[in-house]
Design a protein around this ligand. Structure first.
Ligand SMILES: [Zn+2]
Length: 375
């Protein structure tokens, strides 16, 4: 009797059975799918954050698009520390100087590390670099190691724009007689600190601080406080693009790198004698050349006025991935504080070369291997 009250008609029983089978099949498929995808993630993407922290990638490369020419980087948040710059630069330079079998490219190493730390070098771990080096030593290639890194190309291109002219071939004067100069070909750091050797300066990371002269804006560079007249040095070789008065920068000089991706801006140069004698727009300068003298001009529509309170060199670096980014609201200026710290190891020594004009010149001659013809 009791059994009868639980009797289920055969048709309904079959329907329930089919339903249960469908559910279990769906559940199994779902389980295997998620299990496999999580396995894949743990195997290939260990410690690789999906989205970089602190980095605005406005143009993410789309693998489906074949035309790469129109993807322009619109923003770079450069925060590579002086420590990471030094460590990777040393690997690059030593492996080239000693002609080791595996030659490192510091920009590749830094782009890989950026993928590991989400573009935030506050999280930089030396062990990440050591692990990378050991993988490369064991035969892995950068191509293999970075193929699954979504943002590797973005970081590589960004860092190439920032650091592309700092390490490479150059010739430097080794001996000097009355009539001849002897040069030696070298591979190494060929960018210089913008303050001449033996001149003191102080600075702190003031990028992004607010400024009120003219209109409310942020500080797009690094101020190097020093004495009036301190020789200012060209950080990288390039072509003088602007030389003259500017309401904000006072006497300023703007130099474009040979690959045209960097615009170096040196401002507030000395009243009455801002530039090294003879410099003009369109001229080529070499890294380490004396280009001008530290001062306090600027914040005035009228020329040659000292309206800056504390003598300093304003040093800025603008990145240009496309000429449309010049003189536009889309200018990309980066924080150069860590670069200045890094460049403290390479300073240009100077002497007074002209007692009449009181101009200074570099002591050791240097020729950049890059020239306009290479691009
Ligand atoms: Zn400044």
């Amino acid at each position: 009797m009791l059994i009868h009250s639980f009797h289920i008609p055969k048709k309904i029983f079959i329907l329930i059975l089919i339903f249960l089978i469908l559910i279990s099949v769906t559940a199994s498929i779902a389980f295997f799918y998620f299990y496999n995808s999580s396995q894949r993630n743990t195997l290939d993407n260990t410690n690789v954050p999906e989205v970089p922290i602190d980095v605005k990638v406005e143009e993410i490369p789309d693998d489906n698009k074949k035309d790469d020419s129109k993807k322009i980087i619109k923003w770079v948040d450069f925060n590579v520390t002086a420590d990471a710059l030094s460590k990777t630069a040393n690997l690059d330079i030593e492996s080239h100087q000693k002609q080791e079998e595996i030659k490192y490219n510091w920009i590749e190493l830094l782009a890989y590390l950026a993928c590991k730390n989400g573009g935030n070098f506050k999280n930089f771990k030396s062990s990440d670099l050591d692990n990378l080096v050991s993988k490369l030593q064991k035969g892995s290639t950068m191509e293999d190691l970075t193929s699954s890194m979504k943002y590797y190309n973005y970081y590589f291109e960004s860092y190439s724009a920032v650091l592309g002219g700092m390490i490479g071939n150059y010739s430097i004067q080794v001996a000097n007689t009355e009539n001849s100069k002897t040069y030696e070909e070298k591979y190494g750091l060929k960018a210089f600190l913008p303050i001449a050797k033996n001149y003191s300066f102080s600075h702190y990371d003031d990028f992004g601080n607010s400024r009120s002269y003219g209109f409310k804006r942020v500080h797009l560079g690094n101020d190097l406080m020093g004495s009036i007249g301190t020789p200012v040095i060209a950080v990288e070789s390039g072509i003088i693009e602007h030389l003259g008065w500017n309401q904000y920068g006072g006497w300023r000089i703007g130099i474009r790198s040979f690959d045209s991706k960097r615009y170096y801006y040196y401002a507030h140069l000395r009243k009455n004698h801002p530039y090294n004698n003879g410099l003009k727009e369109g001229m080529t300068v070499n890294a380490g050349d004396v280009i001008g003298y530290l001062g306090m001009t600027g914040y005035s529509i009228k020329e040659n006025v000292n309206n800056i309170n504390v003598p300093h060199l304003h040093f800025g670096m603008q990145l240009i991935f496309d000429e449309s980014q010049v003189d536009s609201p889309n200018e990309i200026w980066i924080d150069v504080y860590q670069i200045i710290e890094f460049l403290k190891k390479n300073r240009s020594e100077v002497y007074m070369s002209n007692k009449e004009t009181k101009d200074y010149n570099r002591k050791i001659d240097f020729k950049d291997s890059l020239s306009k013809a290479d691009f």
